[in-house]
Design a protein around this ligand. Structure first.
Ligand SMILES: Cc1ncc(CO)c(N)n1
Length: 274
């Protein structure tokens, strides 16, 4: 059995729990409360920035040009911040993506933990550990999207159709296969301790992926003293990214509904057929 397959087997119960988590079931059914979506996107935007930097650190430790190219391509995708899924989520929540990403939000405890976990492995670990720490992120989302497709064959009117199509796409599957192959190659030339550290990094990321969905669903924030951040000016590049895609009209750009901390908003999506 390949190293990646053995890690995947060891993580099976975590993958199962993620699939059963109400956030993921909400994605599958097309029903998620809007404040949950917005909390998720605010946290995930920052998560993806860190994730992108971790690939940059992997690039610095690459052994071959093929590895450098793989990391470089992933960084390219990430610099658009996985725009399509985030825009899809915001559109369902009735909020503008630009407003959500520009609203300063403190990293919630779990997102903070996950970011520090990846950064410390990236700084202190081997290339194999870095590939192991980023792999669950990719693997879990592709798995969720494919499972939704297999179980319910969502039609184009599914509220999260773009999210599902993005992660179930051949491009994401190809990126996943590339990472898995890389991990197996690196494991083949690793000693017992190195393999153990790779496994630890992988399993901790899997657990944190579960916690990340849970953080969004429970609107997790620091207690007892969440910090209120000053509004920061827009990222200079955010506009350019949006201009390259379908830019929302001005009315929706000024729509910041859902950015307040209200827990009583209704769920979205209702009982639309999948
Ligand atoms: C927390 C998290 N894990 C994985 C992905 C998929 O890239 C994401 N966008 N966010």
């Amino acid at each position: 059995m390949s190293f990646a397959t053995s890690l995947r087997q060891e993580a099976q119960s975590i993958f199962d729990s993620i699939w059963q988590h109400p956030f993921v079931q909400g994605l599958a059914k097309g029903e998620l409360p809007r404040e949950v979506i917005i909390h998720y996107v605010q946290q995930d935007t920052q998560y993806l920035n860190t994730y992108c930097k971790v690939y940059g650190m992997a690039l610095a430790k690459a052994h071959t040009q093929a590895q450098m190219r793989a990391f470089y391509e992933r960084i390219g995708l990430l610099l658009d911040g996985e725009l399509v899924p985030h825009q899809n989520l915001c559109q369902v929540a009735g909020a503008s993506y630009e407003a959500v990403r520009q609203k300063a939000a403190e990293l919630a405890p779990t997102a903070h933990h996950y970011a520090r976990h990846m950064l410390s492995v990236a700084q202190q670990g081997t290339l194999g550990e870095i590939v192991a720490v980023v792999l669950p992120c990719h693997w879990i989302y592709v798995d969720i999207a494919k499972q939704i497709v297999d179980e319910s064959h969502p039609a184009a009117n599914h509220p999260f159709y773009d999210w599902i199509s993005f992660y179930a796409s051949d491009r994401m599957q190809a990126g996943l296969n590339e990472l898995i192959t890389m991990l197996d190659e690196l494991a083949a030339s690793s000693g017992e301790l190195d393999s153990y550290l790779m496994k630890s990094a992988f399993l901790d990321s899997c657990r944190l992926e579960y916690q990340f969905f849970d953080m969004a669903y429970k609107l997790e924030r620091w207690e007892p003293t969440p910090r209120t951040l000053p509004d920061i000016p827009p990222l200079p590049d955010a506009d350019r990214v949006l201009e390259r895609r379908d830019r929302p009209n001005d009315a929706s750009l000024s729509d910041t509904r859902g950015l307040s901390d209200t827990r009583s908003l209704p769920a979205l999506g209702g009982s639309r057929d999948v």
